[in-house]
Write a protein that binds this ligand. Structure first.
Ligand code: SAM
Length: 185
């Protein structure tokens, strides 16, 4: 069921702007939510969903709030502080949130129905994810980009399978220039 997400929340007695704490996203709260909700179109009930580079877990958290049913979230991040935040945000799934280097491949030996990851060449995620896809061909891979990386789209147009709406209405809020879903492998 949908919950009301507010700009601030109290976690462990502290009022925080949780979508900014230990996240690389810079922008208004509504944009963060709206730009990620599109992923839910690809997630089915009870799917095991891995967010690679999950940071503070807010991506998974947002999707769980708006998903029509339920899925099982998993996350990996190399940054211990970020995983600590993610475990606070998703306490019931804290055992699914791992502080790991994705290249250490521990996550790699498990099957996930959906893998979400940044299409970011500096991190080099696409290479290992393509190997994962060879291992588990039925897994859906959802790559995303932040909108300020927009110029990268032109460079890799032949690899883009699906473009997400340039804008989206979330309740009363019209959000423009969203983070895009780059491709679904
Ligand atoms: C662009 S942020 C993604 C944040 C979040 N998924 C979101 O959409 O807001 C990328 C994250 O990947 C993590 N990261 C970078 N290299 C990594 C690696 N080799 N293994 C695991 N996590 C890594 C960083 O610590 C960072 O939190």
């Amino acid at each position: 069921m949908k919950k009301n997400l507010t700009h601030n929340s109290i976690i462990l007695g502290k009022t925080i702007k949780w979508w900014l704490e230990e996240s690389d996203f810079l922008g208004p709260f509504e944009k963060y939510i709206a730009s990620r909700i599109v992923f839910n179109n690809f997630i089915k009930h009870k799917d095991r969903v891995m967010d690679l580079g999950c940071a503070n877990g807010f991506l998974l958290y947002s999707l769980l709030q708006f998903h029509p049913s339920r899925f099982i979230p998993f996350g990996v991040d190399i940054n211990h502080k970020r995983i600590t935040w993610a475990r606070r945000l998703l306490p019931e799934f804290s055992l699914n949130l791992f502080c790991q280097n994705i290249f250490s491949c521990e996550w790699y030996h498990n099957h996930f129905d959906v893998v979400i990851a940044p299409w970011d060449r500096t991190y080099g995620f696409p290479s290992i994810i393509k190997k994962y896809k060879d291992r588990y061909p039925l897994t859906k891979i959802l790559f995303y980009l932040y909108d300020d990386d927009y110029t990268m789209f032109e460079k890799m147009e032949n690899q883009i399978k699906e473009f997400f709406p340039k804008s989206l209405k979330l309740g009363e809020i019209q959000v423009e220039k969203l983070v895009k879903l780059v491709c679904i492998l």
